[in-house]
Design a protein around this ligand. Structure first.
Ligand code: HEM
Length: 412
């Protein structure tokens, strides 16, 4: 792949210092050219109004087949082109999901699962989510110090999404490992190996579920896939992959980043302790202030688009800079202040438009339950290290911590 030298590298130094870097770019102008971790040039939109508008602009596409052809035409070497299986995107075998498609395919796939994620269905899950959260918090009580990500923020969402899909959660450490390998910037072979293992796991999982159907989402999807007009086998595997990965990776970091924000803003933590009714607003502010996605996933221009004074030509990649937009002072006054009582309404942490996060009601509910549980079990929770000792993951999509060591003082 050929890299452009006139652009800013979106590297691990950028990821470690995300908000400061995005703030500098936003002040300098509404659109910038970066080099993504995969070496592809990408335009990033830093202002709230542009990022939001872009997410509903039909001139920007998410069609994975078209994106693949574009990469082949523009960036691949002759031998890479020849290796590419007749110019069709084969990917890892689980890339044909709704987040990689435009309508009408996107609409067809999303319709198949939308019912499982409505606010009403998620409300019905509340007692079970509370039970899991309580179990995890009770198990932590014997410890003086834990990594909050390991002990709580990771196991809660993975258990919930596994139960919803009807998957045995005993492989949850593998899911975490595979997802980290696929989403973080590590060497290509480790990531390819994770993709192979995950593809094999998903194939075996579907075969086992076909043998033993149950009252769960996976069985429902398998039944739909028997009518191939509605869901092909590759789309089925891809759907399960997307739900499994999107269903835990982001929520882990919403809870992790959110708890860090509370621990580093003791006045806000005290306000929440004094008035737990503020929990719902606190979760929205956590999403705005330090949400788990740096930017939306890749889109590409099907025709030229103008942002400020810049014309982005057709056939270019674009990111809506969600984390930059959520701290745009034009939309959120004093955006660097973490204030759980502010009106965070309209933040873009869940995206916008047809790809607006399907799991938003679930993620919100899990985070609200997590915070209420935390206040009840550990109202005096403290960071077990100085904030400057914490490091961020080296990902160019996920904005999360490597670890969050906390000191536990159980309720007296
Ligand atoms: C899409 C964020 C949790 C499933 C998205 C998008 C964002 C997002 C920004 C749009 C990406 C784009 O347009 O490029 C988040 C955040 C979460 C979260 C911040 C947690 C705090 C979840 C959960 C699920 C989920 C729990 C459950 C299954 C999905 C799916 C899509 C999606 C399926 C694709 C929707 C489509 O293409 O129509 N998410 N997500 N997400 N999310 Fe989430």
């Amino acid at each position: 792949m050929t890299a452009h030298t006139d652009a800013i590298p979106f590297d691990s130094a950028f990821a470690q210092d995300l908000h400061a870097r995005y703030a500098q770019l936003r002040e300098a102008g509404p659109v910038h050219r970066l080099i993504s971790d995969s070496g592809l040039p990408v335009w990033v939109l830093t202002r709230y109004s542009d990022a939001r508008a872009m997410l509903t602009d039909p001139r920007l596409s998410k069609d994975a087949q078209a994106i693949f052809r574009l990469i082949l035409d523009r960036f691949a070497s002759e031998s890479e082109r020849q290796d590419s299986e007749d110019g069709r995107f084969a990917g890892a075998g689980f890339d044909m999901h709704m987040l990689n498609m435009d309508p009408p395919d996107h609409t067809r796939l999303r319709k198949l699962v939308v019912q499982a994620f409505t606010a009403r269905r998620i409300e019905a899950l509340r007692p079970r989510i509370e039970q899991i959260s309580d179990e995890l918090l009770t198990a932590m009580a014997g410890e003086a110090e834990v990594d909050f990500l390991d002990a709580f923020a990771f196991p809660l969402p993975i258990r919930v999404i596994c139960e919803l899909l009807g998957i045995d959660e005993s492989r949850r450490d593998d899911f975490r490992h595979w997802t980290n390998q696929l989403l973080d910037d590590i060497d290509g072979e480790a990531s390819a190996q994770a993709a192979r293992e995950m593809a094999q796991y998903l194939t075996e999982l579907l075969a086992a579920k076909r043998q033993h159907p149950a009252d769960d989402l996976l069985t429902a999807l398998i039944e739909v896939s028997e009518d191939e007009d509605r869901l092909s086998e590759t789309e089925l595997i891809s759907m399960v992959f997307l739900l499994l990965v999107a269903g835990h990776e982001t929520t882990v970091n919403l809870i992790g980043n959110g708890v860090l924000a509370l621990l580093t803003h003791p006045d806000q933590f005290a306000a929440l302790r004094a008035n737990p009714e503020l929990v719902d607003g606190a979760v929205e502010e956590m999403l705005r202030f330090d949400g788990p996605l740096m930017h939306a996933t890749f889109r590409f221009t099907t025709e030229p688009i103008t942002v400020g004074d810049t014309v982005i030509p057709a056939g270019e990649f674009v990111w809506a800079g969600l984390a930059a937009a959520n701290r745009d002072p034009e939309k959120f006054p004093e955006p660097e202040a973490f204030d759980i009582t502010r009106d965070s309404h309209g933040h873009l942490a869940f995206g916008h438009g047809v790809h607006f996060c399907l799991g938003a009601p679930l993620a919100r509910r899990e985070a609200q339950i997590a915070l209420r549980g935390l206040l009840a079990h550990f109202p005096d929770l403290q960071l077990a290290t100085a904030p400057e000792n914490l490091s961020r993951r080296n990902s160019s999509l996920i904005h999360g911590l490597q670890a969050l060591p906390v000191r536990l003082t159980p309720r007296a």
